[in-house]
Design a protein around this ligand. Structure first.
Ligand code: NAD
Length: 254
């Protein structure tokens, strides 16, 4: 472990434009289950019923009971973990220019990260599919007692979490910004992603094709391990908290 950590420190020290790309594994240590892998949500809940736009439009009760019984209590309780704070520290130290996340939990921003691109939206916001008004998840959670599934209090339109369901496109602006960041970085650091959900999972490949080094920190193997300069199969918080520890004798963090 020490050897790979030292290698990662060297790679980060040499980098001028570091971009981090995060997935559900980063928030697993905050108590939010991943989708895939051991204990993943999709091992219990069928994504085609709970996160598919066509099914949702036919019968939104599946999603809203999942929100009421599973999603809301978990997200409400979750707090950023050392891996989120390590990325904030890298940003403060001027090393990290951009975080691109597939996570919908908002924990990067709660930890204090300023440059975050959310590719799959944010589940803390609920949007009216008709008038596009936004509500907090707390407001809608309370509303569920009176109305299930909930409708927009303004126009009676259908409410949906402000996230990207299967069958929906990614927000174009976020995708463009993420592509730009991937094309212009010199180090692309993947943390806690299975790298199987496209188009998000294409970004490491794009970074690599444009000359960046690719580093992957993930417990399980990923389809892109073979093209990475460095792969660390360890917990995100363990790796990232060591990375940001300052060594006064050597200057920046290393
Ligand atoms: P994923 O569930 O497909 O993969 C997560 C990966 O993280 C797995 O390969 C697992 O081995 C790894 N992992 C688990 N714990 C880890 C840890 N402590 N340290 C390092 N790695 C760990 O998640 P993904 O790749 O982000 O898939 C994308 C989809 O999952 C997106 O659509 C995203 O919106 C959604 N998602 C988000 C959240 C969240 O916001 N927290 C939670 C679940 C799923």
């Amino acid at each position: 472990m020490e050897e790979v950590i030292n290698k990662l420190k060297d790679i980060i020290a040499d980098s001028k434009h570091l971009v981090a790309f995060t997935g559900a594994g980063l928030s697993a240590e905050s108590g939010i289950p991943t989708y895939r892998g051991a204990g993943g949500l999709w091992t219990t809940y069928d994504p085609m019923k709970y996160a598919n736009i066509h099914f949702f439009l036919e019968d939104p009760t599946y999603y809203w009971s999942f929100f009421r019984d599973v999603r809301y209590p978990i997200i409400k309780k979750a707090k950023p973990n050392p891996a989120h704070y390590a990325l904030v520290e890298l940003e403060k130290q001027g090393k990290l220019s951009q975080v691109i996340t597939q996570n919908i939990d908002g924990l990067h921003q709660i930890a204090g990260q300023s440059n975050v691109i959310e590719l799959h939206g944010n589940t803390r916001q609920i949007v009216c599919m008709e008038c596009k008004w936004l509500f907090s998840m707390e407001t809608v959670y309370k509303r569920l007692e009176q109305e299930f599934p909930p409708n927009c209090p303004r126009c009676k339109g259908l409410l949906k979490p402000d996230t990207v369901f299967f069958g929906e496109s990614l927000p174009q602006k976020a995708l463009n910004e993420a592509m730009h960041a991937a094309q212009n970085c010199d180090l692309f650091l993947v943390v806690g992603s299975s790298l199987v959900v496209s188009p998000a999972a294409q970004l490491p490949r794009i970074a690599k094709e444009n000359g960046a080094s690719l580093v992957i920190v993930n417990i399980d193997i990923t389809p892109l391990d073979g093209i990475a300069e460095l792969v660390i199969h360890e917990q995100a918080s363990q790796v990232l908290s060591v990375i940001i520890q300052r060594d006064e004798s050597q200057g920046w963090a290393l």
